[in-house]
Write a protein that binds this ligand. Sequence first.
Ligand code: ADP
Ligand code: MG
Length: 133
Amino acid sequence: MIEQTLSIIKPDAVERNLDNKIKSFFEKNNLKILKSKKVKISKEEASEFYKVHQTKPFYNDLCNYLSSGPIIVMVLEGENAVLNNRKLMGATDPKKAEEGTLRKMYGLSIDKNSVHGSDSVENGKKEIDFFFK
Ligand code: ADP
Ligand code: MG
């Protein structure tokens, strides 16, 4: 199934100018970049975006982090885009991510893990609307 998913290049990766490398990695792996923009969001917007995590102990730090600097938000499209992107990203904790995944290659720590990807088609739609509607 052709799907769409939301990808975010997080502040740590934008800061290190990894955006072109990450974008070509997606394109080489069957994910077409339909839309892309660089934005800086407020803490309130980050809190809304990560609302599902509001009960987690790391929620406040997470929202501070996502709003700490420019991010690049993208709509990716391709066959099984949601799962494909999650595989390309690797595990949340870069230390546990498989070789060849983005988080293994570029992630600095569990919080500065370079990329975000939607976890389902349904959440992908919501996340795409959040940034592009
Ligand atoms: P993923 O980004 O792999 O979908 P989650 O949705 O579980 O992971 O978490 C969202 C983000 O919150 C992660 O990408 C990571 O930046 C941060 N995070 C998750 N777990 C922790 C943790 N135990 N400590 C600090 N930050 C965390
Ligand atoms: Mg998630």
